[in-house]
Design a protein around this ligand. Structure first.
Ligand code: 5GP
Ligand code: ZN
Length: 118
């Protein structure tokens, strides 16, 4: 069982902020911003590549609710989902990073020279 399935099953503790029958939102263990929440479906879906439109249709209003709950819906926030090796996905259970609480920088090429991709 993957680490986020264990969090859903409460085998591993987390610091939840919002829960529904289908989704869970909890604080990231290693926050990269003043607000850094992970939002996951309770069922195991490996990544955005595999998620159905039906799940996303339900997940969208849940994520919007998390933004409200964290008080960032007006100040703004960033929503990221990493997919696979090049996307930097470490946990193979679909999750959205909701980041906010400060003006965020944009540094996705921090480890690589963009010229290398041309
Ligand atoms: P990824 O790199 O897969 O997009 O992001 C995985 C995220 O999960 C990382 O930001 C990491 O800090 C977080 N994380 C990994 N293990 C745990 C855990 O056991 N509990 C919590 N709350 N976050 C975790
Ligand atoms: Zn899982």
């Amino acid at each position: 069982m993957c680490i986020f399935c264990k969090i859903v099953n409460k085998e591993i503790p987390s610091n939840p902020v919002l829960e529904s029958d289908d989704f869970l939102a909890f604080h990231d263990l290693n926050p990269k911003a003043p607000v850094h929440i992970l939002v996951i479906p309770k069922i195991h879906v490996e990544s955005f590549n595999e998620v159905s439109g039906e799940i996303m249709e339900k997940m969208t209003p849940f994520i919007q609710e998390v933004a409200k709950e964290m008080g960032v819906e007006h100040s703004g926030y960033r929503l990221i989902t990493n997919i696979g090796a090049n996307g930097g996905q470490e946990v193979k259970h679909l999750h959205y990073h909701l980041l906010g609480g400060a003006k965020l920088k944009w540094g996705h090429f921090a480890d690589a020279d963009p010229k290398d991709f041309i």
